[in-house]
Design a protein around this ligand. Structure first.
Ligand SMILES: [Mn+2]
Length: 288
C-alpha cells in the first residue's frame, strides 16, 4: 500500500479547517517546497494560513511536499495535512496552474512524470519564464548533493539529531504560541551555528548556479536545503524557496517579474500585532 493510495482514500470532501474568507494577495507565481507532510516537523497551520492569504496564476510545488520516507516508517497524517492537500487541489480546480516537481522524500511520485492528477501536472523539472522574460530552471535540487561531494548535508538532514531538533522546534513553538510569542525556528538557529552546514550551503548554491549557467538559463529555483535565498552568481540568479519545517518561506513572482521571499512567520506576527492594536480601546475613551 503506497502513501498516495492511502492519502487519497482518507481525503474528506471538506477540509477540517474551512478556508478563510476575504481578499487574497495575488502573485504571478508562487513556489513552495519542503513541506514534509506526514511529519511532526511540518508547520501545517502556518502553511494553511499562507494558502488562505494568497493566490497566483501558477504555483510550483518544488519537491519534498509529502515525506514518503517518514510515512513508510510510521503513519502520521493529521487533519491539517489533509487540509493542505485539499487546498492545493482546490486551487488547481479554480484555475491556478499547479506544477509538482517531486523531490527525494516524495520520489515515489517521480514515476508519474508527465501525468496530471486532479489538475496537478507532475514534472521532473520545469522552465519558468518570468513576466520580464527571464528563463528559470525549476528543480528540487537533491541531485546537487553529490555534485557538492559532501554527504555532510545528507548526514545532517537524515540525522537522528536533526529529527529530534525538529520535534523540539514544534514543542518550543507550541509553548511560545501559548505565551503569545511569535514563531522562532530553533533548527534554523542551530544550523547557522554549525560551521559545516554554513559551508555546505554556500557550496551547494554555487553548484546549482553553475549548472544553471551551463544550461544557458537566466536563473534557477530550487528547494531541498531548507534555506531560502536570492543570490546572484555571475550572470545567473540562484533562488531557493526555503521550507515549511524551519523557515516557513515561499518564493513569489510579482506581476512585473520582481521576485521576493515571503517569511510567513513574520507576516503572521505583524498581522496579529496589527489586529491586537486595532482591538485596544483608547485610554481616554475608558476614562470618559
Ligand atoms: Mn529534498
Amino acid at each position: 500500500m503506497n502513501a498516495l493510495t492511502r492519502i487519497t482514500a482518507d481525503m474528506p470532501v471538506e477540509p477540517s479547517v474551512p478556508e478563510r474568507e476575504g481578499q487574497r494577495r495575488r502573485y504571478r507565481t508562487i513556489w513552495v517546497s519542503d513541506i514534509h507532510l506526514g511529519t511532526r516537523g511540518c508547520n501545517a497551520d502556518m502553511l494553511i494560513d499562507f494558502l488562505d492569504s494568497t493566490d497566483s496564476e501558477t504555483m510550483y510545488l518544488v519537491g519534498d511536499i509529502i515525506d514518503g520516507w517518514r510515512l513508510r516508517r510510521s503513519w502520521y497524517w493529521p487533519a491539517a495535512h489533509n487540509d493542505i492537500v485539499w487546498r492545493v487541489m482546490k486551487r488547481a480546480k479554480r484555475g491556478t496552474r499547479v506544477v509538482f516537481i517531486p523531490g527525494n522524500h516524495d520520489e515515489m511520485f517521480r514515476q508519474f512524470t508527465g501525468m496530471t492528477f486532479g489538475g496537478i501536472e507532475i514534472r521532473r523539472q520545469a522552465i519558468h519564464t518570468t513576466a520580464d522574460g527571464r528563463r528559470l530552471m525549476v528543480t528540487h535540487g537533491d541531485e546537487f548533493d553529490t555534485v557538492v561531494m559532501c554527504h555532510r548535508w545528507l548526514a545532517f538532514l537524515g540525522d537522528y539529531a536533526y529529527e529530534t531538533l525538529m520535534t523540539l522546534n514544534v514543542g518550543l513553538n507550541w509553548i511560545r504560541q501559548k505565551m503569545g510569542l511569535p514563531y522562532w525556528s530553533l533548527s534554523k538557529h542551530a544550523k547557522q551555528k554549525v560551521k559545516n552546514a554554513v559551508e555546505f550551503i554556500s557550496r551547494y548554491e554555487e553548484a546549482v548556479a553553475h549548472e544553471a549557467q551551463s544550461r544557458g538559463v537566466d536563473g534557477v529555483v530550487c528547494g531541498h536545503i531548507h534555506t531560502a535565498e536570492i543570490r546572484p552568481f555571475g550572470d545567473v540568479l540562484y533562488y531557493n524557496d526555503g521550507d515549511w519545517v524551519e523557515g516557513c518561506t515561499a518564493l513569489v513572482e510579482h506581476f512585473d517579474g520582481r521576485m521576493e521571499i515571503l517569511h510567513w512567520a513574520d507576516e503572521m506576527a505583524a498581522r496579529k500585532l496589527a489586529e491586537a492594536e486595532a482591538a485596544v480601546v483608547p485610554l481616554h475613551a475608558v476614562a470618559a
